[in-house]
Design a binder for this molecule. Structure first.
Ligand code: SF4
Length: 118
C-alpha cells in the first residue's frame, strides 16, 4: 500500500510517498530532506496534532486555548471532553497552564482574560 502526503514541516511542501506493509513503513520517497522522512514516518505510524479550541471562564467569557505540543491524533476527542468539562478562573495570562498533562501536553491560554470589575 502507498500513501501520498504533503510535507508540512517547511514551506516547500514536498510530495512524499510512503510504502507501507502490514502497518510498517517499507520506504519513503519524494522528501528533499531527512525532516520530511521523519514527518512521513510519524504521520503514517503515530500521527499527532496540536489542538486549538476554546474553554469556558467563570466570568462567562470564552478563552482560546491550545495544547503546548502535539498530542496523538486519536486522543483529540478525549482531550476536547476534558477541556469542555473544565472552567477556568480569571485572571489568565497568555501561556498560563490551565490543565496539566493531558495526553503528554499542557493546555495553555492564548489570550489574556482579566477579572471583571464589580
Ligand atoms: S521534505 Fe524537507 S524540504 Fe521538503 S517540505 Fe519537508 S521539510 Fe521541507
Amino acid at each position: 500500500m502507498e500513501r501520498e502526503l504533503t510535507c508540512i514541516v517547511c514551506p516547500m511542501g514536498c510530495r512524499i510517498t510512503v510504502k507501507m506493509r502490514n502497518g510498517k513503513v517499507e520506504g519513503v520517497s519524494g522528501n528533499t530532506c531527512p525532516r520530511g522522512e521523519r514527518y512521513a514516518i510519524d504521520e503514517c505510524t503515530d500521527p499527532k496534532r496540536t489542538l486549538t479550541t476554546t474553554m469556558r471562564c467563570e466570568n462567562g467569557e470564552v478563552i482560546p486555548v491550545k495544547t503546548d505540543r502535539a498530542i496523538p491524533k486519536d486522543k483529540m476527542f478525549e482531550c476536547m471532553k476534558i477541556i469542555n468539562s473544565s472552567v477556568v478562573s480569571p485572571p489568565v495570562l497568555i501561556g498560563d497552564v490551565i490543565i496539566e498533562n493531558v495526553f503528554g501536553a499542557n493546555i495553555v491560554a492564548t489570550k489574556n482574560v482579566m477579572q471583571k470589575e464589580k
